[in-house]
Design a protein around this ligand. Structure first.
Ligand code: AMP
Ligand code: ZN
Length: 478
């Protein structure tokens, strides 16, 4: 595709709001040119709702934008396929936990694909990594950061002075029922803040795994420590997830991982804000959630849902309304029409001009918005400006071929990150048309009129109109 001379690369400064420092920081990876990213994936006990998908689309934008910037990205999203809800429900239904989660995993993959999210490089499942969790727990028992009580294993928060560094929650004098939300496991703990790493399972028929410290099942937090470090190393670049995971989940992941390795766990922590509805968090437990399927069944396209969910920067709350979704549907349609119009436009022989600079400016604005902590709403504004400018230009004159290619190039670059334009309708290239016309001319010279007619019909199907002139055949798109 035509290169408009705008280079992307790591030269521009990519910045993220790091929850650890509460500041916007330049992104510097551990290894030059590489980015190692972990995002907490879904608990596959049900269909994911569009609030969950807002967070996963934020992860996808992060993934794609790091690639856009030229990083070699390793993107890991886990599946939490064991937790209390899964265990209780599968026991009630008398089926194994794998049988219970399997259909939701299939549905999750279908939904993510429909929402145009790239597949992660690794998608570890918690139940496949129990051994790794046991190893971390053993290390914590050995170095005094974990203890056993009534057959379960707990993390000893008093042995990890950095506890609270992510959530900035002060735990001074915290007692159960105090102001900070604490893990409410009803077991004997030394300290109310301590959380379960391993929960005793004494019923031999219940879901559980054998470990040197007894039969049990993992706590939720240990799952992510084990899976992230296995695929990304003891220290990696970015850990992402929804804002509600900041405490206690991510705080506990830090305590477990750093407590076991003595090394920094993740350098950057990125948290996606809530999707709300009627100004309340969308949550299954509140009964105010819509799954992706609910919305699609009402006739909305996946692209419009994706557009709406990414239209507000990930660090800001977004209130879901069907009005907003209708607006997104119209916008996505307009963007697709624009691309089709430009790509099918007849080009003229004028001098390259304003369209080239408009495309270049839009790409620059897009990149500088995305560099600024993935400011998707500004990035979209750059695209909409370009659409407006090119539309008004095309009302006056034809684009040159280079201008048309430059605009399409910019759209392709935007979409490599945002993924909102959808599949391209197959474009018929000028060269293809020229060669068909040549073939038709040859057939006519050879008096093979049947073939010549057949080619003309084929071109007509492609909406190409032929005009025989004394200078030869001219064509235009109908
Ligand atoms: P879960 O399946 O409950 O473990 O949640 C999966 C992801 O969705 C987590 O990163 C949550 O933080 C995120 N999440 C849950 N509810 C919302 C919401 N209303 N808006 C945005 N993200 C959410
Ligand atoms: Zn997690």
């Amino acid at each position: 595709m035509y290169d408009i001379g705008f280079s992307t690369g790591t030269a521009d400064m990519l910045r993220f709001h790091n929850t650890l420092s509460r500041e916007v920081e330049e992104f510097k990876p551990l290894d030059e040119g590489k980015a190692k990213v972990y995002i907490c994936g879904p608990t596959v006990w049900n269909f994911a709702h569009i609030g969950n998908f807002r967070t996963f689309i934020f992860g996808d934008i992060l993934h794609r934008y790091l690639e856009f910037k030229g990083f070699d990205v390793t993107y890991v999203m886990n599946l939490t396929d064991v937790d209390d809800r899964i265990i209780n429900e599968s026991a009630e239904r008398g089926i194994g936990i794998d049988d219970m989660t399997a259909p939701f995993i299939v549905a999750f993959h279908e939904d993510m694909a429909a929402l145009n999210c790239l597949e992660p490089d690794f998608e570890p499942r918690a139940t496949d990594h129990i051994g790794e969790m046991i190893d971390i727990i053993r290390a914590l028992l050995e170095n005094g950061k974990a203890y056993e009580s009534d057959g379960s294993i707990y993390y000893r928060i008093s042995a990890f002075p950095d506890y609270g560094k992510l959530s900035k929650i002060s735990f001074e004098g915290n007692i159960e029922g105090g102001s900070a939300r604490v893990d409410t496991d009803k077991y004997d703990k030394e300290d109310a803040r301590d959380f379960a790493l391993w929960k005793l399972v004494d019923d031999p028929d219940a879901t559980g795994w054998d470990a040197s410290f007894g039969r049990g099942r993992p706590g939720w937090h240990i799952e992510c420590s084990a899976m992230s470090m296995k695929y990304l190393g003891e220290t990696f670049d970015i850990h992402a997830g929804g804002i509600d995971l900041q405490f206690p989940h991510h705080e506990n992941e830090i305590a477990q991982s750093e407590g076991a390795t003595g090394k920094t766990f993740a350098n950057f922590w990125l948290h996606g804000e809530f999707l709300k509805i009627d100004n309340e968090k969308m949550a299954k437990s509140l009964g105010n959630d819509y799954t992706f399927r609910d919305i699609r069944d009402r006739g909305f396209s996946a692209l419009a849902i994706r557009y709406l969910l990414l239209s507000v920067p990930y660090g800001k709350q977004l209130n879901f309304t069907f009005e907003g979704l209708k607006g997104a549907e119209t916008t996505v349609e307009r963007l697709r029409n624009f691309r089709r119009l430009v790509s099918d436009s007849t080009t003229g022989n004028g001098i390259d001009g304003s369209a080239l600079s408009a495309a270049r400016t839009a790409l620059e604005q897009f990149e500088s918005a995305m560099d600024d902590d993935l400011n998707t709403s500004q990035a979209l504004a750059a695209i909409h400006n370009l659409v407006k400018e090119i539309n008004s230009l095309m009302a006056d004159r034809m684009l040159t071929k280079d201008e048309r290619d430059a605009v399409l190039h910019a759209v392709a670059k935007f979409d490599s990150v945002l993924g909102i334009f959808g599949e391209e309708e197959k474009e018929v290239l000028d060269e293809e048309i020229d060669s068909l016309i040549e073939e038709r001319e040859r057939a006519r010279r050879e008096r093979d009129f049947a073939k010549a007619d057949e080619i003309r019909d084929r071109l007509a199907e492609m909406n190409i109109i032929l005009e025989d002139t004394k200078d030869g055949v001219r064509w235009k798109r109908g």
